[in-house]
Design a protein around this ligand. Structure first.
Ligand SMILES: [Zn+2]
Ligand SMILES: [Zn+2]
Length: 336
């Protein structure tokens, strides 16, 4: 049954919120097929940067999910305002949460390195932010002249450049930062769902990787309980309209195999902020809104709940549930 038409929440009637230019994506970015159906619809509940109603579609052939239409490239400055939280994470979120995140990051890297069958000598982090993973890998023996980072926020790169890390403000598709066949480990956490065309990005990374090298890629997981509960519109993992391609473990594996990589491990990660954003959007925008109640679930500043939801997902992960983010490791075959 097709979902009922979704009325625009009153907050979006504010005349200062623009209707922005869009681009149709008529072919499945994963398999190229041209038949799809509506998967979910919604608005920019998180940042209210546009008044457009956005739609995710699901491919009839391969079940891949993508935003169609998506914002035009010319609107990136609107949908990613300068205050976009990913870029100033550590200053806006409580210091205890930052410390907890740091410990989770180190544990994550340890789990990834267990699958690399040698000591890493070169490393690339796509979307490296302030370089926290570059520093983790330096401690693991990667020298700064082979410790690479790509990041679209120029300001955070300056100090890293001065310290001798190999960083550039470029997209993977356009970059010549890394020699072909050289990387032991590449990480790309919560980036692939934002890019225009994931196929060429993964192929470029595969070209940069050394034989036997590993790519670790993390992205929201469509096959999760919170996604099912908030499927129609409010799931935090939709991050409308900034997430353009959404995956399950199956479609992500296909994306990696298409680039000649072999998936070797699938891990599920906590998606605490997806639970909180889902609750927040639902309370703030559904029917009679409850803005004050919703505020409690805003992950920025609501430390108690953030910790609670992180623990909740961590426990569910321990018991083998597929939680809201999937982390997949893929190896470049030795004989290439
Ligand atoms: Zn498809
Ligand atoms: Zn994202």
């Amino acid at each position: 049954m097709p979902p009922a038409p979704l009325p625009r929440p009153a907050e979006f009637d504010d005349p200062s919120i623009p209707e922005i230019e869009t681009t149709d994506v008529p072919l499945c970015p994963l398999c190229g097929a041209g038949h799809f159906h509506t998967f979910a619809e919604g608005y920019d509940y998180e940042l209210q940067t546009s008044r457009n109603k956005w739609r995710f579609v699901e491919c009839d052939a391969c079940s891949h999910v993508w935003l169609n239409p998506r914002p035009a490239i010319s609107t990136l400055g609107i949908i990613y305002p300068t205050t976009y939280y990913a870029y100033n994470y550590s200053t806006k979120i409580n210091p205890i949460a930052v410390k907890a995140k740091e410990m989770l990051d180190i544990a994550k890297m340890k789990a990834i390195l267990a699958h690399l069958k040698r000591a890493p000598k070169s490393f690339l982090d796509v979307g490296c932010g302030d370089g926290r993973f570059l520093k983790v890998m330096e401690k693991k023996g990667v020298s700064r002249d082979r410790d690479y980072g790509l990041e679209l926020d120029e300001a955070v790169l300056e100090p890293l450049k001065k310290q001798g890390y190999q960083v550039a403000c470029e997209r993977v598709e356009d970059s010549t930062l890394v020699p072909d066949g050289s990387l032991d480990l590449v990480t790309m956490f919560h980036v692939i769902e934002h890019v225009d065309d994931p196929g060429p990005v993964i192929r470029k990374l595969a070209k940069w990787m050394a034989p036997g090298g590993v790519l670790a890629i993390e992205t929201p997981n469509l096959d999760a309980l919170d996604q099912r509960l908030f499927h129609d519109s409010y799931w935090g993992g939709y991050h409308i309209p900034r997430h353009w391609n959404l995956y399950t473990a199956a479609t992500l594996a296909r994306q990696l195999k298409d680039a000649g990589l072999e998936p070797v491990e699938t891990m599920y990660q906590t998606g605490h902020s997806f639970w909180m954003y889902s609750m927040h959007h639902w309370m703030r925008f559904e029917g009679n809104p409850h803005p004050r109640l919703a505020k409690l679930f805003d992950p920025i500043g609501s430390l108690g709940f953030l910790a609670g939801f992180t623990l909740w997902d961590k426990l569910r992960g321990l018991f083998g549930f597929r939680t809201s983010a999937v982390l997949m490791l893929a190896r470049k075959p030795e004989n290439t």
